[in-house]
Design a protein around this ligand. Structure first.
Ligand code: SAM
Length: 214
């Protein structure tokens, strides 16, 4: 595992998160994503395209970083796309991809300044992982999604049970529907010998149509 990824997995404060991604932002795509054949953004887009319906719009990319999801999504979808992340510098890189209609710099652990029932879909790659966001933000994300809105999010396999994601999703009960999981490799082949072995769970579900009454 690269030193930068090791550091990212050990983050324990907002300040450290902002500083790490500030330093990483300009090289993240080349030195992390492309070098390691990082597949999570493509996989999120693949499952979004499989499960989405007309009307799952606008889309919010949670922990959007440099905007890799947008790079793959925009080839297939013209839906309005917004990015949210704590790192201004990562979002500056995302903005340069020119695929986002709106960029929001904020700490997702705080109450969001976003009205209820706004988004048709939430996508997220690589952000529910070691040292990053926990399941405590699911409530806020559900609040800002329209009834029936779609979630396609990756959750690193190693934190799925340990950090309470599985339990938190089960606890959502009737507030969500059409739940399914797919376990996939985070990285593709780098060369004939090498491949990082980490796996992620892609959690897919919809906010229940009548969830506001539950
Ligand atoms: C590994 S990067 C993933 C970026 C992008 N989704 C991708 O797949 O390439 C994780 C992102 O989560 C963001 N992040 C971490 N903690 C956050 C928080 N509390 N609020 C908002 N964003 C956060 C980081 O700034 C970083 O851009």
């Amino acid at each position: 595992m690269s030193k930068k990824l090791q550091d990212a997995y050990s983050l324990s404060s907002v300040e450290d998160t902002i500083n790490l991604y500030k330093a990483w932002s300009k090289n993240y795509d080349r030195d992390f994503a492309y070098k390691n054949n990082y597949k999570s953004p493509q996989n999120v887009v693949k499952y979004f395209l499989k499960y989405s319906r007309k009307g799952d719009s606008p889309i919010l990319d949670v922990g959007a970083g440099t905007g890799l999801i947008s790079k793959y999504l925009k080839k297939y979808s013209s839906s309005k796309l917004h990015a949210i992340d704590i790192s201004k510098e990562m979002l500056d890189q995302a903005e340069q991809k020119k695929n986002y209609e709106k960029i929001i710099v904020t700490d997702l652990n705080q109450k969001l300044k976003i009205a209820d029932n706004i988004y048709g879909a939430i996508l997220s790659a690589g952000t529910f992982t070691h040292g990053h966001l926990g399941p405590n933000i699911f409530g806020e994300l559900l609040r800002i999604v329209k009834p029936g809105g779609l979630f396609v999010i990756t959750i690193h396999e190693e934190v799925f049970c340990k950090n309470g994601f599985k339990q938190a999703i089960e606890n959502l009960g009737k507030k969500i529907e059409s739940l399914n999981f797919h376990k996939v490799n985070i990285y593709g082949k780098i060369n004939k010998q090498e491949k990082l072995k980490d796996k992620t769970i892609i959690a897919i579900f919809r906010k229940a149509i009548n969830s506001d009454h539950l």
